[in-house]
Design a binder for this molecule. Sequence first.
Ligand SMILES: *[C@@H]1O[C@H](CO)[C@@H](O)[C@H](O)[C@H]1NC(C)=O
Ligand SMILES: *[C@@H]1O[C@H](CO)[C@@H](O)[C@H](O)[C@H]1NC(C)=O
Length: 254
Amino acid sequence: MASFFSCSLLSPLLVITLFIQPASSDPRTQQLIDQICRQCEDFGFCNTTFNENLKAPTTNVEGLAQITIEQSLYNATNTYIFVKRLLADTDTTDVRMRDYLTVCDNSYYAVMELFREAFRSFDQKDYRGMMFYEWKTSREVAICDGIFVTEFLWVNPLGDQNKQMRQLITMALCVHYSIPVKWCQPQPRHVKLDIDGSKMGSPGMAIAKGIFRDCGAREMVSWFWKKSCELLLVQYLLTCSVEQEMFRAIKDLS
Ligand SMILES: *[C@@H]1O[C@H](CO)[C@@H](O)[C@H](O)[C@H]1NC(C)=O
Ligand SMILES: *[C@@H]1O[C@H](CO)[C@@H](O)[C@H](O)[C@H]1NC(C)=O
């Protein structure tokens, strides 16, 4: 019954793909799976999930990304239905449990919606967009998990579901880091700004780099910052260097 209800909520495409017999991975695909799963909390869960859902023995990183989104959406939908059933079975006088389940009901609804958006972005090869939505799902699961930890002492009825969901989200994010991002050059008389950055620790050091390129992909202006996170943010917000650099680059173009 559970699987009937859960599947009826998924798109036909997803249902078809989930019931295709799994294919066993060829050595190169397994190498890619190993590389991704080594970054995950539970190697065994990650390896099994990929292998059980491969559509062909040779699957590239995009194919693995698709598996993580489909599985995450499948799990989130099942858990959402499970929470609804728990809520229906919980005594109306058990206010704390009902409150907890209501929070998780909202969280898993959000997780389903976010993975649907992630799938849409994936379909359009917008991998940054896909990552954006996947990141947001981890916050939703943390809300459902966190409220129980602070409010209750007995066994969390969603403990296993939350753990599996976290593992699937981690897999989705690990796959993202393995997808090569294709750079597209700007249109004639346009300038493209690419920026990236990372930080270590909180508070800690941060680095940021930015490059302006013209339509011939020639580098026009670039800068590199390495500072404490706070200083970097202050510099970014107060000096508006980005805009200044941009105006300079545009002036150089014209
Ligand atoms: C990963 O899964 C494949 C297929 O099930 C299996 O053959 C392989 O031994 C697993 N790898 C490890 C390191 O467990
Ligand atoms: C979540 O996904 C895992 C891995 O595919 C699977 O073993 C598990 O049964 C799923 N759980 C739910 C609630 O769908």
